[in-house]
Design a binder for this molecule. Structure first.
Ligand code: 3EB
Length: 335
């Protein structure tokens, strides 16, 4: 297991996911996200704090806007935030205590599917998942990532959500205990997008995990005023194989090439608005080794330009040979 004690790069604060509710806004306000190192205005609710550490040595806030709290009872472990299209929530940690990782994951996803139906937002669009000791030194059926995949697959098999693409997802290893999951769901289904350069994760050979990783490479969702492209955590994988073991620069290039492929597929096959790599609302870069930040930052800024908000976070990947993973979000407004 990697511990932070073995790295000397700068490591700052955890990433706090917040929800900025404006009680004067109606249910039709646009759904957006804001990244900053300042808490936002209006009424701020803490959705969850992810123990994945900022490499910029400042506290980072990911603040979702345009949704309102609709939990009636403050003692309800589920605090959910919604508008007329979307719902965002975190799985309450109290419901996952004292469980093994596969049990916790199965329970978490079973609860998510059950609750989404009750709340009336049955389509899961995007998930973020964090837990410790994600992998050992080699692929092993007992590592926590494999256990996570099995628990998630069991919840899918048992709960069988109505036909829908798998959500876009991020799965990152942390240095602290606990399973953290937050997610976005919608009233209407999105479209799953796969990358022609990669085997779909749900079709990976079983050498990587006993049960397949159930996520889409990207998910495109439209509402009357916006189109939102959620790009999953994207790694240096071509086909199903890791590329450039040990080479952080080449791995970063493969991640970005994979992201470009997803954007062009969305544009060509699904009429997603033409966009450049620097039109993203946000990029999050997870680095296994904090010391790689300067190399990666220099490289990414050359490709993306200075205007894109980019967060650098420490995180372990689900394969021991991966050094970097990049997720992205693009929100375009029609009006
Ligand atoms: C990969 O492409 C890298 O199991 O939900 C990235 C994003 C990865 C999501 C998941 C796994 C997941 O296989 C790992």
């Amino acid at each position: 297991m990697n511990t932070l004690a073995t790295t000397n790069g700068p490591v700052g604060e955890a990433l706090t996911i917040k929800v900025n509710t404006d009680l004067n806004a109606d249910l039709h306000a646009p759904f957006t996200v804001r990244y900053s190192n300042n808490p936002a205005e209006n009424i701020i609710h803490n959705l969850t704090t992810i123990p994945t550490l900022s490499l910029d040595v400042v506290q980072l806030f990911e603040t979702w806007q345009g949704v309102n709290n609709c939990s009636t009872n403050p003692s309800d472990p589920w605090q959910i935030y919604r508008n007329d299209q979307y719902l965002i929530a975190a799985v309450p940690a109290v419901l996952l205590e004292h469980l093994l990782i596969d049990e916790a994951t199965e329970k978490a996803y079973s609860l998510i599917f059950e609750q989404l139906n009750i709340w009336g937002y049955p389509y899961l669009l995007r998930t973020w998942n964090f837990f410790p000791e994600i992998t050992g030194d080699s692929y092993s059926h007992n590592d926590n990532y494999q256990q996570f995949c099995s628990g998630r697959a069991r919840a899918y098999a048992k709960m069988a959500p109505r036909p829908q693409p798998y959500p876009a997802a991020t799965v990152i290893g942390t240095q602290q205990t606990g399973l953290y999951i937050y997610f976005i769901a919608a009233k209407k289904a999105g479209v799953g997008i796969e990358n022609s350069q990669q085997v779909s994760a749900f079709e990976y050979p079983s050498t990587y995990s006993q049960d397949p990783p159930l996520f889409s490479r990207a998910l495109l969702h439209r509402n009357p005023t916006q189109e939102i492209l959620f790009i999953s955590g994207t790694a240096s994988i071509t086909g199903h194989s890791t590329q450039y073991d040990g080479d952080i620069t080449r791995q970063t290039e493969v991640c970005l090439a994979n992201i470009e492929n997803l954007i062009s597929t969305a544009t060509v096959e699904h009429k997603f608005s033409k966009m450049a790599l620097d039109d993203f609302s946000l990029i999050k870069v997870y680095l296994k080794n904090p010391n790689d930040i300067n190399t990666v930052r220099t490289h990414i800024q050359q490709m993306l330009g200075p205007s894109t908000p980019i967060y650098y976070l420490q995180g372990d990947m689900c394969r021991s040979d991966l050094l970097v993973e990049i997720e992205a979000l693009a929100i375009n407004s029609h009006r």
